[in-house]
Design a protein around this ligand. Structure first.
Ligand SMILES: Nc1ncnc2c1ncn2[C@@H]1O[C@H](COP(=O)(O)OP(=O)(O)OP(=O)(O)O)[C@@H](O)[C@H]1O
Length: 577
């Protein structure tokens, strides 16, 4: 219970104070409600008293009851204010905080999480967590405080009646603890299979072209097979808690009936007044609803608890921090100093003790066999993740000490998979410099050799990327990304395999676009086509995470039995055959 409360306070964030206040109101209104029912005892006593009716006293008790009801309505109104005033704000703030948290998470950590899982947290779990704060928490208080207060009143009527009820309530405690524990585990499993199903659907939709080509786009698609059946199995298995709840409800009903029967016997044997018996009947009748409703809602409370835990766990994920003291890059040379890096859960390092100096305004090409570590090196230069050993500097400042805003302002990246956001092509190009004028956007597109392609589209620069996506070839998408980098005009450019899998015309166009982008910049390019990087200032040959050779084309070709030389000769041989 306390864990759930702490999770609620953590999730409420800046709204924790009004939330606490609302819980206070919920307690007060529940106590007022129970106090109202307590008035039935003096009323029944007066009504059943022998002799003339004590009208004045009856009216004053009724007046007291009306005041209590008015007070309760007033407090409940304040309580509801949280639901109406804050619900949307809490939901929005929660999503905003989670988005901030995702932004602060190292990209490597983010890439490891399934997108379906994150989507579930940001949509379903946030909605449920907000519902838990806005209405379930106060409902839970109502369902606990009202029966507790009624139990105290029944004890006051006759301690034996109270004790009987208490024993019945204690009998169901172990059952309910089991329901809570099982339901909590169930909902975590349900969340996991739901997230897996969402991820599978995303994969199924994105991979349609490939699946249709291989004749596996139907129910037997590899990404879907088994996912829904597993989801159904898990949902079915998790239904057993409903049986436990029904058992607890039965025990409770029997206890209530036994209490009333015991009260009748006490009254028949002159141990309980008739007024007390009538009052007992009223109090027991008031107990039925909150107790049965409370029991049937335990699963819902646990579902909310699971949502709170998942939202909180994401809040608490490690963030990539800017270490103190903050440093400013003094120039645009890059230094890799004894750099080593492991991907999570990988035994072999992807990068091992790489030391490389990339001078300002120079072109450095990374070459080597597939899986050697070239992409990882460029990713580390944009602080995709922090290296476990060694350091990377930009202009003499360590990346860990540069704020993300400053780093992003200095570095443009064009990676293998060009990502276009769901907006117009103009907005996509202006992503790195939203304040750019239309003329500047067109100018960047011209330099990137993509202007004539965009102009031919019916909506031109106003074409939505989603619609343009299917009309743009791989090379054209890359040129949109290059136009984006040209417009941003950052002094450092990281390019990852921009010429992979293109026909020769597209490759020529992309090459021209790159030439426009890299002039006067510090450039690191991952290259497979060695012909295009002969003029590079330096070429680093990366294999098994190590920099095994480094120099310009001529000096590397001069190494007898050198790795770069062997690669060039192998490519020349392939081209000539
Ligand atoms: N996200 C990841 N998680 C775990 N291991 C990874 C990840 N990305 C890459 N690796 C591993 O790190 C090593 C280096 O990969 P990297 O992609 O940097 O090589 P590369 O030289 O760029 O290869 P290619 O030329 O094929 O793109 C490989 O062993 C690869 O399997």
């Amino acid at each position: 219970m306390m864990r759930t409360y702490h999770n609620m306070i953590a999730v409420a964030g800046e709204f924790a104070a009004p939330f606490r206040r609302t819980l206070g109101y919920a307690v007060i209104s529940a106590v007022l409600q129970a106090a109202g029912w307590a008035i039935t005892l003096p009323l029944f006593s007066l009504l059943l008293a022998p002799g003339a009716l004590a009208v004045r006293e009856i009216v004053s008790w009724l007046g007291g009851l009306i005041i209590l009801l008015l007070l309760e309505g007033l407090v409940r109104w304040r309580e509801m204010a949280f639901v109406y005033d804050y619900w949307h704000r809490v939901t929005e703030a929660m999503r905003q905080r989670l988005a901030d948290r995702l932004r602060a998470m190292p990209l490597e950590q983010l890439a490891r999480r399934k997108s379906g899982d994150l989507a579930t947290i940001l949509s379903n779990n946030v909605t449920f967590a907000a519902t838990a704060l806005s209405s379930l928490a106060t409902l839970a208080i109502q369902l606990m405080v009202v029966p507790a207060a009624l139990l105290v009143l029944i004890f006051a009527l006759d301690w034996r009646l109270g004790a009987l009820l208490l024993v019945g309530a204690l009998l169901i405690v172990p059952l309910m603890l089991r329901v809570r524990r099982d339901a909590n585990q169930d909902f975590q499993r349900i969340d996991e299979v739901d997230a897996a199903a969402s991820a599978a659907i995303v994969e199924y939709v994105q991979g349609q072209a490939m699946l249709r080509a291989s004749g596996r786009s139907g129910r037997n698609a590899p990404c879907l097979s088994g996912v829904f059946a597993h989801q159904h199995r898990v949902q079915h298995q998790t239904g057993h808690t409903a049986l436990l709840i029904a058992k607890a409800q039965l025990i409770l009903q029997l206890t209530l009936v036994a209490t009333v029967a015991f009260g009748i016997w006490l009254s028949a044997t002159q141990q309980l007044s008739l007024a007390s018996l009538l009052c007992l009947a009223v109090l027991v009748a008031q107990l039925v609803e909150p107790l049965t409703l409370g029991l049937s809602m335990v699963r819902l409370f646990e579902l909310a608890d699971a949502a709170l835990q998942r939202v909180n766990a994401l809040y608490n994920e490690a963030a990539q921090v800017t270490e103190q003291p903050q440093q400013q890059p003094q120039h645009f040379a890059i230094g890799l100093n004894k750099l080593s890096f492991y991907y999570q859960q990988q035994e072999k390092p992807a990068i091992q003790e790489v030391t490389l100096h990339i001078p300002e305004h120079s072109l450095t090409a990374l070459v080597g066999p597939s899986g050697g570590g070239k992409t990882t090196l460029t990713r580390l230069m944009s602080r995709f993740a922090d290296p476990q050993q060694g350091s990377i500097t930009l202009g003499g400042a360590e990346l860990r000490h540069i704020t993300p805003e400053q780093l992003l302002a200095q570095v443009s990246v064009v990676f293998q998979d060009v990502w276009l956001m769901d907006d117009t092509l103009a907005k996509n190009i202006a992503l790195g410099r939203p304040e750019a004028s239309h003329a500047e956007i067109v100018n960047a597109a011209r330099k990137a050799h993509i202007h004539h392609v965009i102009e031919r589209l019916p909506q031109g620069y106003e074409t939505l990327a989603g619609e343009a996506g299917s009309a743009l070839s791989g090379g054209e998408r890359q040129r949109v990304a290059i136009a984006r980098a040209i417009l941003k005009d950052a002094p450092v450019v990281l390019l990852d395999e921009p010429t992979s899998s293109l026909d020769s015309e597209s490759e020529y166009q992309v090459q021209k676009a790159i030439e426009a982008l890299v002039a006067d910049k510090t450039v690191v390019i991952v290259a497979h086509r060695l012909s295009t990087i002969r003029a590079a200032d330096q070429i680093a040959f990366i294999d098994q995470g190590r920099c095994v050779e480094c120099g310009d084309h001529a000096s590397l070709m001069a190494i007898e039995g050198g790795r770069y030389r062997a690669l060039v000769e192998a490519q020349q041989h392939t081209l000539s055959t």
